[in-house]
Design a protein around this ligand. Structure first.
Ligand code: SF4
Length: 520
């Protein structure tokens, strides 16, 4: 697997070992891109900082909480809202962002008094919210403000409130991944074990590393409830602060995003003996296998199989419709971290897309190893690319679509490559059987949208056809399909609702008889 040197980065020789091309029969022992290292001076990284990783990725999806940054307003604005991690309490955590709004004078004279007055003001403004998380930033860390002491003072003055402090300033690691680690450990150190939850099932899990992007958590929780499994807490999408204080009472930690949340799973295993089981909610086959694994752990395999059979029968004809139209399309799979390996094999196998490149911004070498092992030969794997490298890769590989974050996504649009937001999604949820079809539909719409076809014209040099009428996406996608595929009656496009979550909220579930008597 030879290292790949970008033309645009020849002046930064350290970048050479951050990209490789997967060779034939590659066994991954010859080379892996370097990963999770400090960004090299001279290259412009698209990473987030460790404060962002703690607050934006992990902390903020908690729903019944005031999330307050102790620092300049710019830090909190950078971490507000764009992730679309919705919640079933009217999206409280998405609507507001709170900051102590430090200025130069606070850097000189300290900002602890400012922080305390901000905490009190925020609780006063939202009297129904009794829980708060506070995040350190570079500025408040460098002047040495003691966030823990201020939080303790407030909790003594207001006994009904509870406050969590995360000391993860922007510089606490090479990327947002440093912040993931810090907040995982801070949460288990400060909060786990401080609340006793009500146990209602023989089968109790924490659902960890799931952030409810456009409803993913609610989709997956539906499956668990249909199996009679109690989801004690979700770390952290749509998760409740107090539920997460009770994580120590689960029987099993079901881990989705290992990159961002394996740390707390590992600590729960060490401190409380709760086993960790890694699952995958994306793709028919991986999701089915995930439910089977959980069911096997609890001895309720038939409940999982019933769901798998029902969902597959409902949604497979729709996935096949998109697969017929997406097969052979080239994709640059450039999400931030773990989706690199969650998606690499399954979008090829189940949607027919060819993965021509994978990259990670904050993943570690282990993420890259899993991703490379799952994508096709010839794929270009890049660690923490700068913008020019991304452009060079797209110019060389000529993908039909890229799946990535908003910063590289906007760059892709400028060179007329369709892009889907792999972080916040377009029309999610994308987990679950129906969600996977919605993902395929979003990819289809991106590739075949007539708008994108028009955008592919460069009016500065391309000839503008004036003799052709408007083409629909279907006309574009079906033009070269064989007759029998085009007219197949055993396949159909997505037939679900625009809002696929509405049917889940307020849904009732069968009560399974409990086998064990539990003192409650
Ligand atoms: S690097 Fe520091 S200053 Fe910049 S957003 Fe992160 S915490 Fe704020």
């Amino acid at each position: 697997m030879p290292y790949h040197e970008f033309e645009c980065s020849k002046c930064i020789p350290e970048r050479k070992k951050h990209a490789v091309i997967k060779g034939p029969g590659e066994d991954l022992t010859s080379a892996l891109p370097l990963g999770y290292l400090n960004t090299i001076p001279g290259t412009i990284s698209e990473r987030g900082c460790a404060y962002c990783g703690a607050k934006h990725v992990i902390g903020s999806p908690m729903k019944d909480v005031i999330h307050l940054s102790h620092g300049p307003i710019g830090c909190t604005y950078d971490t507000w809202q764009t992730k679309r991690y919705i919640s079933d309490n009217d999206n409280f955590q998405l609507k507001y962002t709170f900051a102590s709004d430090m200025k130069e004078k606070h850097i000189v004279f300290g900002a602890e008094k400012l922080l305390k007055s901000n905490i009190l003001e925020a609780f006063k403004a939202f009297p129904k919210i009794k829980r708060m998380t506070i995040y350190q930033t570079c500025a408040s860390a460098l002047i040495g403000d003691d966030l823990n002491a201020i939080a303790q003072e407030v909790m003594e003055e207001l006994p009904e409130v509870d406050i969590f402090v995360c000391n993860s300033p922007g510089f606490a690691g090479p990327s947002q991944s440093g912040g993931h680690h810090k907040i995982n450990i801070a949460w288990i150190n400060q909060k786990v074990g401080t609340f006793e939850p009500k146990i209602t099932s023989d089968y109790v899990i924490n659902y960890v590393g799931e952030y409810n992007i456009q409803g993913d958590q609610e989709v997956m929780t539906d499956f668990f409830k249909r199996m009679g499994v109690q989801v004690l807490s979700t770390f952290t999408g749509n998760g409740s602060y107090d539920d997460l204080r009770g994580m120590h009472r689960a029987h099993l930690n079901v881990l989705e995003c290992a990159r961002s949340a394996e740390y707390i799973c590992n600590e729960l295993r060490v401190r409380y003996g709760i086993p960790r089981l890694d699952i995958d909610g994306f793709g028919f086959e991986p999701l089915g296998n995930s439910l089977r694994k959980i069911a096997l752990f609890f001895g309720i395999e038939e409940r999982a199989q019933a769901i798998i059979d029902e969902e597959t029968a409902r949604w497979k004809p729709e996935l096949d419709w998109y697969k017929a139209r997406l097969t052979g399309k080239k994709v640059c799979l450039w999400p931030g971290g773990s989706k690199l390996w969650h998606w690499a094999h399954v979008i090829h196998e189940e949607m027919g897309l060819d993965v021509v490149s994978v990259y990670t911004k904050f993943g570690h070498q282990g993420d890259m190893e899993k991703g490379i092992s799952r994508c096709e030969e010839g794929a270009l794997a890049i660690d923490d690319p700068n913008e020019l490298e991304g452009l060079e890769a797209m110019e060389t590989l000529k993908p039909d679509i890229i799946l990535t974050g908003k910063r590289p996504g906007e760059v892709a649009k400028k060179i007329r490559v369709p892009y889907l937001n792999a972080h916040a999604y377009h029309n999610g949820p994308w987990k679950g059987w129906e969600g996977w079809v919605r993902f395929a539909r979003d990819i289809y719409n991106a590739i075949y949208s007539p708008i994108h076809q028009l955008a592919l014209l460069d009016i500065s040099k391309d000839e503008i056809p004036g003799d052709k009428g408007f083409a629909t996406a279907r006309m574009l996608s079906d033009a070269d399909l064989p007759e029998d595929v085009r007219n197949a009656t055993d396949m159909r496009p997505y037939s679900g609702q625009f809002d696929s979550l509405a049917k889940l909220r307020g849904k009732t579930y069968p009560a399974f008889e409990r086998q064990t008597a539990v003192a409650e």
